[in-house]
Design a protein around this ligand. Structure first.
Ligand code: KG4
Ligand code: ZN
Length: 343
């Protein structure tokens, strides 16, 4: 089965061609530089950029896959959650392509697609999904817009255990970074500076760490960084202190994410932990999850870095699994679902 998938839920315009579990191509046009000027994603600008980039990105994906539109068996797109105007661009384009080709259309929940991205492995320069190795797992989805823990009981069957009650972890990286004068998005920059910093230099709160539930909260950490900077003016003038600040903030976020993930895995009696979303690019998070999983005897599957951030490959892989499982395609009359909450 050959599928063209589109993803435009936030600030990456992406198209991918997937065939029989293999990712034949994955084209991503990132708008990060455009939004950096404004310190965050501007929805109207994002939509306009998607409109400008979508056709070239689709052409690139088809060309790199060596696939003609007539060879497509289905078309998929992100239906939600996401920025309404941004979602509309990819979703309506995909419906129009499916209509023209008279092929099935599949609308995909962006978070559900993240759940399966850790099963897409790279080998010989290409990506392919390996669901033969699938086992029940606790999945951490952690990005700029969301932070959630999900129990994936079997393929296409999952239950959300908890999510953030305020800021997402990536938002916490970005907002505390902004307070320290770092450019948007600050997550990768904090990751870089923290490598040479002391994570124990400053003690920042670990919100909800000892709460028995699976929810997260990161706005208190951000506020404590704000007050700390107010009470210690000049701290950022010293490069080493800035590195120490970055390492200490990162350590607080990572400790909460890792401990709560491991606790959920133990409580739910699974043997496997997975993680995806932009923050999963963070080196300390990857390291600490690996260390904790090894200590506790869990198999760990981290999404490949290029598949952590938003991409259409994961949309196409999930769409194919759904069609193979005989789940009914999405009607061409259906609308986007910007507030679609994963259950
Ligand atoms: O998944 P993603 O591309 O978009 C959303 O759906 O939000 O995630 C972007 C988020 C941003 O908050 C960014 O700062 C964060 O992921 N991020 C990182 C790293 N790379 C990206 N945070 C910490 N360390 C990183 N290396
Ligand atoms: Zn995402």
């Amino acid at each position: 089965m050959t599928i063209l998938a589109l993803e435009t839920s936030c600030d990456e315009t992406s198209a991918a061609v997937v065939r029989d579990g293999r990712v034949l191509s994955s084209a991503v046009s990132s708008q990060i530089k455009l939004h950096a000027e404004y310190g965050g994603v501007v929805p109207e600008l994002a939509a306009r950029e998607h409109l400008r980039n979508l056709i070239p990105v689709v052409q690139t994906a088809l060309r790199e896959a060596g696939v003609q539109t007539e060879q497509l068996d289905a078309v998929a797109a992100t239906q939600g959650p996401g920025l309404p105007m941004a979602l509309l661009v990819g979703f309506k384009a995909a419906q129009a392509i499916a209509f023209t080709l008279r092929k099935p259309f599949v609308g995909i929940n962006h978070h559900e697609a993240h759940l399966y991205s850790p099963w897409i492995m790279s080998g010989g320069g290409a990506f392919a999904a390996d669901f033969t190795a699938f086992q029940p797992n606790i999945s951490l989805i952690v990005s700029g817009g969301h932070t959630m823990l999900v129990k994936v009981e079997s393929e296409l069957k999952h239950r959300v255990l908890g999510s953030t009650v305020d800021d997402a972890a990536g938002e916490c990286f970005d907002k505390t970074g902004k307070l320290m004068g770092l450019p948007y998005p600050a997550g990768p920059e904090i990751d870089r500076l923290a490598e040479q910093g002391n994570p124990k230099a400053y003690d920042f709160p670990r919100p909800l760490l000892n709460d028995p539930g699976d929810d997260f909260s990161f706005s208190g950490l951000k506020t404590s960084v704000r007050y700390f900077l107010r009470d210690h003016p000049g701290i950022l003038d010293n490069t080493q202190r800035l590195r120490d600040m970055c390492a200490s903030i990162q350590a607080a976020i990572v400790e909460v994410l890792v401990k709560k993930t491991i606790r959920a895995a133990k409580r739910n009696h699974v043997r496997c932990v997975t993680a995806s979303g932009g923050v999963t690019c963070n080196r300390a998070l990857r390291r600490e999850l690996a260390r904790a999983c090894e200590r506790e005897g869990f198999e760990l599957r981290l999404a490949e870095k290029s598949l952590c951030t938003d991409n259409a490959a994961m949309i196409g892989i999930l769409a194919e699994r759904k069609l193979l499982a005989n789940i009914a395609p999405t009607s061409l009359d259906e609308e986007i679902n910007p507030g679609w909450v994963l259950a």
